[in-house]
Design a protein around this ligand. Structure first.
Ligand SMILES: Nc1nc2c(ncn2[C@@H]2O[C@H](COP(=O)(O)OP(=O)(O)OP(=O)(O)O)[C@@H](O)[C@H]2O)c(=O)[nH]1
Ligand SMILES: [Zn+2]
Length: 403
């Protein structure tokens, strides 16, 4: 156990200065839709900082504005006109609560009304007249998942992430199928996936885990480390430059908060303070937050995702299983299910021992899961309805036969 009782040092996104960590403070909003907008004596009048780099003056190039610090990029600047900027300044959602969206921009620190279609990391335009956001800027990336439970709605997890650190520990949490899911999800959302294997200090034979992780996909770099201490800052540096947004994905307890703390250059941030007891008495991180850490990287802290399900991730699955995908194009039938069809190139390769049966099974499972979760509600209803009709018909026929 490491002990470090110094005050946690992390950029406070609301102040833009070194300050005590924002995620050690329990969130309290004075009013549901708190805004400090009106209390600001001088609004920013220099809009050049909002514009793409090429049109900026030299002065603004040198002096980084608040939104640059928040990860503002030409990709977003291209989406708004000067007129819109004067009316509706951009703000980034740095925290999502049940009661509202915490948004920060140039001289702005607001709580916007909750909205299921907006998530942490989003850039939205703030409308001072309505005290709401006027629109959400097009996202560079979006992580979503099938909402937990039986309801198959898609839930937004985080937006505008550059790199997803897919975290697992070198112990029983390590699960190739789960890593494949996360990588497919990242690739599908245009996010660079990096597998981070934690707790190497507790696993003398962690090289075995590294080897297995490396075999998963050419698209995902593998990093193994002790999440506590200096290793993360060094080993993850190439993905964590100023203005870059990164997220840690993975099960509860694998070390996501520990890694965030390590990047912040401090190990004493109380993980407890950002946790609440859930119904089963487990401690879990419950809020989604964006932290600006030392070096200028923005880190998304996302709750443990126990029920990660794929939806609309076909392209990502194709990337992770590119070899099987390629084989399937050589099957005799276009709609080959690779079960027992004649002329199936996949089954052929399996017979020859060229591909692994386990991996083939995982591929099939992910494709089936994705197809099911991606089907529209209408499609599912009609399927369910058709199924109900078939059942009724079968029962009717059975009854007839008995008569
Ligand atoms: N020895 C060792 N312990 C670690 C390492 N990474 C994390 N831990 C410990 O594992 C426990 C869980 O780590 P957290 O960082 O809270 O895990 P988390 O992924 O954020 O968990 P949730 O917030 O529930 O999603 C803590 O006690 C950490 O100190 C590591 O690399 N080595
Ligand atoms: Zn086939």
């Amino acid at each position: 156990m490491q002990t470090n009782h110094e005050a946690p040092v992390i950029f406070d996104l609301t102040a833009g200065l070194f300050a005590t960590s924002i995620h050690t403070k329990p969130y309290k909003s004075e009013s549901p839709f708190r805004t400090t907008y009106e209390s600001i004596p001088t609004m920013t009048r220099d809009y050049s900082s909002f514009l793409p780099t090429s049109t900026k003056s030299e002065a603004t190039e040198i002096q980084k504005s608040k939104i640059d610090t928040l990860g503002w990029q030409p990709f977003f600047a291209r989406q708004i006109s000067i007129d819109e900027l004067t009316q509706n300044p951009p703000v980034r959602i740095i925290e999502v609560h049940r009661s509202g969206l915490h948004a920060v921009g140039n001289d702005l620190d607001l709580t916007l009304p909750p909205d299921q279609d907006v998530t942490v990391g989003d850039w939205v335009l703030f409308d001072p007249d309505t005290q709401k956001h006027s629109r959400v800027l097009e996202r560079k990336s979006l992580v979503k998942r099938k909402a937990p439970g039986s309801d198959r709605q898609v839930q937004l997890i985080a937006a505008n992430i550059d790199t997803a650190f897919i975290v697992t520990s070198c112990n029983q949490d390590f699960n190739v199928a789960r890593l494949e899911r996360y990588i497919a999800l990242a690739l599908d959302s245009d996010i660079t996936p990096v597998i981070v294997l934690t707790k190497t200090d507790l696993a003398p034979s962690h090289e075995e885990f590294v080897e297995q992780a490396r075999a998963i996909s050419d698209h995902a770099t593998v990093v193994a480390l002790d999440a506590r201490g200096e290793e993360p800052a060094q080993k993850l540096a190439r993905w964590c430059g100023a203005g870059k947004t990164v997220a840690f994905l993975g099960s509860s307890g694998v070390g996501k908060s520990t890694l965030t703390n390590a990047l912040a250059g401090n190990t004493s941030i109380e993980t407890q303070s950002i946790r609440e007891d859930d119904a089963k008495g487990r401690h879990t991180t419950t809020r989604r937050q964006l932290h600006l850490v030392r070096g200028g990287c923005l880190v998304l802290d996302t709750p443990g995702m126990r029920e990660l399900q794929l939806a609309d991730a076909t392209a990502g699955i194709e990337s992770v299983f590119a070899d099987l995908q390629e084989l399937s194009t050589q099957c005799k039938f276009n709609d080959c299910q690779h079960q027992s069809e004649p002329g199936c190139a996949v089954l052929n390769a399996l017979e020859k021992g060229e591909i692994s049966r386990d991996r083939l099974e995982r591929w099939r499972k992910l494709l089936a899961e994705d197809a099911y979760n991606s089907a529209s509600l209408a499609e599912r209803r009609s399927k369910d309805k058709a199924f109900g009709k078939t059942i009724r018909q079968v029962l009717k026929e059975k009854k007839k036969r008995r008569l």
